[in-house]
Write a protein that binds this ligand. Structure first.
Ligand SMILES: C[S@@+](CC[C@H](N)C(=O)[O-])C[C@H]1O[C@@H](n2cnc3c(N)ncnc32)[C@H](O)[C@@H]1O
Length: 216
């Protein structure tokens, strides 16, 4: 059965960090790698899309203890768990969808998103990436670590399956349901370029997980 996105993560909060560290991020590689790509300058302003319990921030704060983090996430209990981990840090946590939440113009030095955006289509992402690109300062960039479909056929299959499951379960609303619909790296890159980023590079890869850097 499909579950609403926030309810899905709330139900799995106990054991979430352990699951991500051991089953998803084999040997803790991509969180550390992702964090190491973010700015080290004191007070750097960072936007984290789908920050969850802040696993990427656990790696980032030791590298930049004075960073100012704005984290957007749909799931309030995930944000509460994040807040408890980092007393005294500069955190602005927003419980909302990043598709709806306005982003200040040219405010952020960098943005990051880990394992969150593989739930959405290219059409949904283009306007989000426009807003995100506008929110970055000149020279700013976006680090995206996520998992991707290896072929167009796989991407199409997941999108069709989501539509089929929603129909089968009589779901007619436009709420977000938890179902993975990863894009290919080529389509993600195209969405970022259509969103206004000037270039996209692949920084690293672990199986189907990649880290992409999109430069304003
Ligand atoms: C797999 S978790 C990743 C969390 C964290 N970045 C990490 O790697 O541990 C995905 C997160 O994205 C959030 N999320 C999914 N869709 C969202 C949306 N449209 N707006 C804001 N947050 C969203 C979920 O609530 C969840 O906390």
């Amino acid at each position: 059965m499909l579950e609403k996105m926030d309810a899905f993560f709330e139900k799995r909060l106990d054991g979430y960090d352990e699951h991500m560290r051991t089953n998803v991020d084999d040997e803790g590689q991509f969180y550390a790698f992702t964090a190491a790509q973010l700015p080290k300058a004191a007070g750097a302003k960072i936007l984290d899309l789908g920050c969850g319990t802040g696993l990427e921030l656990e790696e980032y704060f030791p590298l930049n203890p004075t960073a100012e983090i704005t984290g957007i996430d749909l799931c309030r209990p995930m944000l509460e768990a994040l807040e408890k981990k980092f007393p005294g840090k500069k955190l602005r946590l927003i419980c909302a969808s990043y598709f709806d939440e306005p982003i200040e113009k040219e405010y952020f030095d960098a943005a990051v998103s880990v394992e969150s955006l593989h739930h959405f289509t290219k059409q949904q992402k283009i306007p989000l990436y426009k807003k995100l690109c506008n929110g970055l300062k000149k020279g700013g960039y976006f680090i995206l670590t996520d998992y991707f479909a290896d072929h167009q056929e796989r991407e199409d299959y997941f999108q069709r399956e989501l539509i089929r499951l929603k129909k089968e379960q009589g779901i007619e609303d436009n709420a977000f349901y938890h179902y993975d619909t990863p894009l290919t790296v080529a389509n993600e890159t195209d969405a970022l370029l259509q969103g206004g980023f000037s270039g996209v590079e692949i920084l690293n890869q672990w199986g189907s997980t990649y880290t992409l850097k999109a430069i304003k």
